[in-house]
Design a protein around this ligand. Structure first.
Ligand SMILES: [Zn+2]
Length: 292
């Protein structure tokens, strides 16, 4: 595989993971939001990679009128699949569209159900996890389909921060639980291909994902080198996967070695001494997730 060619993918907003899954027949279609200015470039790159692409303008999607018309690119190994994906999305059929993207039905169903709830998707997935959270399902660095208009604004304003971690995922979708078997299968397949095609990237992805996390919300998390036991995390260091977590609090946490999570607060300690207490707005605004 010529990496220089697929570097171009990043330029038009595709990711390696999706590309490899598509190429190897594990994902029927990729959909990428694009802009009018990039359409020709997009078509050229896809042609070079032997892919079919269909770019279509949308002024309304899933019943929501868009402030500004947007362009979606449907990329596939066949022209027919790209066209089918466009028709399905235009018709607003999320379930079939999710299937065309190669996502498990259990996760698509859960996603549709969660749309009605105001609760953060990551927390919904966390609450739906019955056994150990799997690092294959760790999607905290991936913002796809999570954000509303307000969230998108925050993301764009802080793009430089989130851009650094945007490649760290093994599933492109939000799984229904962090132990969803079908999602783990996809994650394993993705890692297997990356190990072969881009071993350095594969290694840095696992380094980022297979970690204990203190998760507060989409934009606030901390990734640790440490071990979770119930509601307590004992850690050696905070790893540099930046979020919008306040810097002054982060500095204190770097000096500690224990995080305790209660329903109403988060406590950070150095051995027995409390360094910091963070009150929680609700019990789910600050949970420990042990991705193993
Ligand atoms: Zn699932």
């Amino acid at each position: 595989m010529n990496i220089a060619n697929i570097e171009q993918l990043m330029f038009v907003g595709m990711d390696y993971q999706s590309y490899f899954l598509l190429k190897e027949g594990f994902k029927p279609v990729i959909r990428v939001a694009t802009s009018k200015e990039l359409i020709e470039e997009f078509k050229k790159i896809c042609k070079n990679l032997g892919l079919s692409v269909l770019v279509k303008e949308f002024s309304e999607i899933y019943g929501t009128k868009l402030e500004k018309a947007s362009f979606n690119a449907y990329i596939s190994n066949s022209k027919e699949s790209a066209e089918e994906a466009y028709e399905v999305e235009r018709g607003g059929d999320r379930k079939t569209f999710g299937k065309l993207l190669g996502y498990p039905a259990c996760c698509v169903d859960k996603f549709i159900e969660n749309l009605k709830s105001p609760v953060d998707y990551t927390i919904q997935t966390f609450l739906n996890t019955k056994t150990n959270p799997s690092f294959y399902c760790n999607f905290i660095f991936n913002f796809d389909s999570k954000l509303d208009d307000g969230g998108i604004k925050i993301y764009q304003e802080n793009y430089r921060i989130f851009n650094k971690t945007k490649l760290y995922f093994l599933i492109r979708h939000m799984s229904c639980s962090f132990d969803c078997k079908k999602s783990i299968e996809i994650g394993k397949k993705t890692l297997e291909i990356l190990n072969r095609e881009m071993p350095q990237l594969a290694e840095s992805i696992v380094h980022a994902l297979k970690r204990p996390v203190l998760y507060l919300d989409y934009f606030n998390w901390l990734v640790f080198n440490g071990e979770i036991n119930g509601n307590e995390l004992v850690y050696k260091e905070v790893l540099l996967y930046d979020s919008l977590f306040p810097k002054e609090k982060l500095e204190l946490i770097k000096r500690g070695n224990v995080v305790k999570v209660f329903d109403e607060k988060i406590q950070v300690l150095k051995d027995e001494n409390i360094l910091l207490e963070i009150p929680k707005k609700d019990r789910y605004k600050g949970v420990l997730i042990d991705f193993i």
